[in-house]
Design a protein around this ligand. Structure first.
Ligand code: PMT
Length: 415
């Protein structure tokens, strides 16, 4: 990122203080940073501290005639290689999506012809509100990139969920990824993309079911296949919600990520993520969880091996595939089998009510768990397609192109 110029637009939220660290880290990377602060942002941190770290004048008011003469909002936009909005509040996202230009920050955004990276931060209910969902979908369709928000504790007491500002290293990694590629023209014609205007909800990774505060039941899923599907759907123009169990993968670009641990949390997050046009259930959800979870670590006792009683977890795929108004138009499940892959997958399609099942062999010799390749058999109502061995990215793209084609045909049939 050396010698590149970032215009940081600081919004009015409690997380604004993290921008001070962001500026410091960006400058350590050799980037020059100029800052614009909304009026509300100046209530949380002072232009003086921002200016001390950027070593540049801080811009706060559109109607400062001196600034307009000396530099002007058009030049502020044009002289940047990348614009970062952090923290982006619900109100600011609404302004951006609506194309408002009634203060310096929103005017700069309207004048920009460079990539824009948005790091939202707000209360989880505001992030999940249908109005914010609509605004985010609009902004993504306009070519705006998102990093975060992360899931976790809020500044408000007893509040948790998606809405925390992405961590500074995550924002920097997203900025680097954007700057490493040739600039994507803003407001690129994404509406022509096969999944433009569609919402795709994807589950990925394993779930962790606690035995006690230090131990858990899990499986070998790495999340590679599920994350690749989320990335492919986003690349084809969809708004994507990725509900993921614990994985060691970076978030795919331009995807709303909701992190969960257990099957119960995954079901709650998926239900909250609806409605969706397509649901893809690639997570390896634990079928069972310990019936009881003691608050303290289970101690080893001499000559005594504890027995762990298990209870069945909710079946997320079956719950979402049930007929009803909120059922996605296309429900795609996976089947992970170690033998009789297609026969079991056919049974699972019927039993769980999925439209399609992507069946894969997960026996150790296949190397599918954690590997980069997969051999899929797509089981639908009309038969079985045997796909060749492909990379997980190729499987993902093929599956999402098929989904786009299905939605197109369904829409044409409904006309
Ligand atoms: O993550 P990777 O390392 O890339 O590996 C990819 C993968 C092997 C995990 C993936 O391709 C895959 O097969 N995912 C589904 C794993 C699985 O749980 O399969 P299953 O046959 O046990 O379940 C069938 C379907 O029901 C799946 O869509 C699963 O998400 C869903 N399910 C299962 C149990 C449960 N309680 N709720 C569910 O929704």
């Amino acid at each position: 990122m050396k010698q590149q110029r970032i215009l940081l637009l600081i919004g009015g939220g409690i997380a604004a203080y993290k921008c001070l660290d962001l500026i410091r880290r960006l400058r350590e990377e050799g980037v020059s940073v100029r800052a614009v602060m909304t009026r509300a942002a100046t209530q949380f941190i002072t232009p003086l501290s921002v200016g001390a770290l950027t070593n540049e004048k801080v811009f706060t008011d559109l109607f400062d005639l001196n600034d307009e003469q000396e530099i002007g909002h058009i030049r502020l936009s044009r002289e940047a290689d990348l614009l970062i909005v952090a923290p982006a509040t619900a109100d600011f996202l609404a302004k951006m999506a609506g194309g408002h230009a009634d203060d310096l920050a929103s005017t700069v955004l309207m004048a920009i012809d460079k990539p824009v990276l948005v790091a939202p931060a707000m209360n989880p209910r505001m992030w999940l509100h249908p109005a914010t969902r609509r605004n985010v979908a609009q902004l993504e369709a306009d070519g705006i990139r998102f990093v975060g928000p992360n899931t976790g504790e809020m500044a408000e007491r007893n509040e948790a969920g998606p809405g925390r500002l992405a961590e500074v290293p995550e924002i920097i990694a997203a900025a680097k990824a954007i700057l490493a590629k040739p600039a994507t023209p803003l407001r690129s014609v994404r509406s022509k993309a096969p999944l433009a205007g569609r919402h795709v909800l994807v589950t990925s990774g394993p779930t962790h079911e606690p035995i006690d505060p230090v131990r858990y039941i899990a499986n070998r899923s790495s999340g590679k296949q599920g994350h690749a599907i989320a990335a492919a759907a986003a690349a084809l123009g969809a708004r994507v919600t990725l509900v993921t169990g614990p994985v060691a993968l970076p978030d795919p670009q331009g995807v709303d990520v909701v992190r969960v641990e257990t099957a119960a949390e995954m079901l709650a997050a998926v239900t909250q993520g609806l409605p969706a046009d397509v649901g893809v259930f690639a997570a390896a959800v634990a079928d069972w969880r310990p019936a009881a979870t003691p608050k303290e670590k289970i101690k080893k006792a001499k000559d005594e091996t504890p027995a762990i009683a298990l209870v069945e977890n909710p079946d997320i795929l079956a719950a979402i595939a049930k007929p009803g108004a909120r059922r996605p138009s296309l429900v795609i499940g996976f089947a992970a089998e170690t033998r009789d892959v297609v026969a079991y997958a056919k049974k699972k399609r019927e039993a769980k009510g999925a439209d399609w099942i992507a069946a894969n062999d997960v026996s150790p010799k296949s190397g599918v768990f954690g590997g980069d390749a997969n051999t899929v058999h797509l089981v639908t109502a009309s038969g079985v397609e045997d796909w060749p061995k492909l990379t997980k990215d190729e499987v993902a793209e093929r599956l999402m192109r098929r989904a786009a084609e299905f939605l197109k045909q369904s829409a044409a049939a409904a006309e």
